[in-house]
Write a protein that binds this ligand. Structure first.
Ligand SMILES: Cc1ncc(COP(=O)(O)O)c(C=O)c1O
Length: 431
């Protein structure tokens, strides 16, 4: 029995050192071994039959009836331990790991939406997600409708004609502008727009036909600074390539949420084969042990860099939750749903249309690497308009607040004095 930390109600960061694994299972090894195996041997034919009934949704999978091990496309001990630990952060019923953040997003949307359904999604949104909603979802007759992220999202959605609304998809803070969307307010809207389930539907634990599902991409702040499930979201999605992996050496995704919804996502992951592999899962387990201290250190540096940029004469707007002005709605949303400012900053050149100047700064930085992605131990810079969001039309970019003079920074864990010095020399017009 796994009792690690239970007696004392240990914090998530402590549970990352032992939850979901008992050393006795593996010769006393303090770390879970890596199970490089494609298939698992059944004790007898009856066991094999019972496990397959679970795998294909004929029998329940829940805490009392955990899924039996069959084949590593369905599950693997390392994935199970990882998923148990991930779930802890948001107190979700269950978590699933995926081959990438995009595998997590696409599997989730395809498993929960049907032809004719409508999805409203906030913009800006990660470029790959935008591509999925614009080019892939329509091929399955799923109508995806963008709405600008920010304080007044709920008011805007209320004015839309949405007779077949199935999903509200929110990325908050938004990539790259850090615009905040109020999860609690959207969760209220979701309740208003959902049809009351019949008792039969509740009893069968089916995905409720009239239910609007609220999905939140929690990559930028989660799981340490923001936990959407605690605020009323049904599912929380991550590119685990970012903070959870944390070392820019793997690609992975995570979805966590309510049991009945997760079972449906699990069924699609099994058949689409979008799970992560055991070695990547093992690397993530190792990364989870340092997740909180990494994210804390990254945030401390981000606060310093954001203040430095704010005071710099060559810099215009600095978009960072830690700089939000008290008394504004954005600040109120941030205070109520996040416990920290995070470590992603978007800033503009004094002239927000000055792409050449932004490129010059990017080309002059020596410690900060010019690369997309975020959340790793090294500081990364990129140009959203020409890179991560280049598939988004310029008109959409402008609507979403992405400008040619904008640079996105993801802080690493280097000595912050070196980072400040690097930006100082890169922004200096004389040098
Ligand atoms: C907010 C956000 N969501 C999802 C993704 C997609 O994740 P992945 O690259 O792991 O597929 C990214 C990638 O940058 C992202 O920034």
């Amino acid at each position: 029995m796994d009792s690690y930390g239970k007696k004392i109600g240990a914090h998530p960061e402590s549970l990352m050192m032992g939850h979901g694994y008992v050393p006795e299972w593996s010769e006393g090894a303090i770390k879970p071994p890596l199970f490089l195996t494609s298939t698992f041997v059944f004790k007898n034919a009856e066991e094999g039959e019972a496990y397959f009934r679970q795998a294909y949704g004929m029998d329940p999978i829940d805490k009392e009836h955990p899924m039996g091990l069959i084949y590593s496309r369905l599950n693997n001990p390392v994935l199970e331990i990882l998923e148990d630990r991930l779930r802890v952060w948001e107190d979700a019923d269950s978590a699933l790991s995926f081959a990438s953040g995009m595998a997590a997003i696409s599997t989730t949307v395809l498993s929960l939406c049907r032809p004719g359904d409508q999805v409203v999604y906030t913009i800006p949104v990660y470029g790959g997600t935008d591509f999925f909603f614009n080019h892939i979802a329509p091929a399955y007759q799923i109508e995806a409708i963008p709405v600008e992220a920010g304080s007044d999202v709920v008011e805007k959605i209320r004015q839309m004609d949405l007779p077949r609304l199935r999903m509200l998809y929110v990325e908050t803070p938004a990539n790259p502008t850090n615009l905040m969307t109020d999860i609690v307010a959207i969760a209220e809207l979701k309740k208003e727009r959902s049809r009351k389930p019949t008792q039969d539907e509740i009893d069968t634990k089916a995905i409720l036909p009239g239910e609007v599902i609220l999905a939140v991409d929690n990559t930028f702040m989660g799981p340490v600074w923001q936990q959407p499930i605690r605020q009323g979201a049904d599912i929380s999605i991550y590119s685990a390539t970012k903070f959870i992996g944390g070392h820019s050496d793997l690609i992975a995704g995570v979805v966590m949420g309510r049991e009945n919804i997760m079972n449906q996502v699990m069924l699609f992951r099994t058949i689409l084969g979008t799970m992560t592999d055991p070695f990547t899962a093992w690397l993530m387990l190792r990364s989870l042990e340092t997740l909180k201290i990494r994210m804390e250190a990254q945030s401390r540096s981000a606060i310093k860099l954001a203040r430095f940029l704010e005071d710099h004469p060559a810099v215009g707007r600095v978009l960072y939750p830690g700089l939000l002005e008290e008394g504004t709605r954005q600040h109120a949303i941030w205070r109520s749903q996040c416990s920290g400012p995070g470590s992603l900053i978007a800033f503009e050149m004094k002239d927000a249309s000055d792409k050449a100047r932004a490129f010059r700064v990017l080309n002059r930085l020596t410690i900060a690497h010019l690369a997309v992605s975020l959340g790793g131990t090294e500081t990364l810079v990129e140009h959203p308009s020409a890179m991560t969001h280049s598939d988004v039309s310029l008109e959409h970019q402008a609507r979403a607040g992405i400008t040619p003079g904008m640079i996105r920074v993801s802080l690493g864990i280097e000595n912050i004095e070196d980072i400040l010095e690097d930006f100082r020399q890169a922004l200096d017009p004389e040098s």
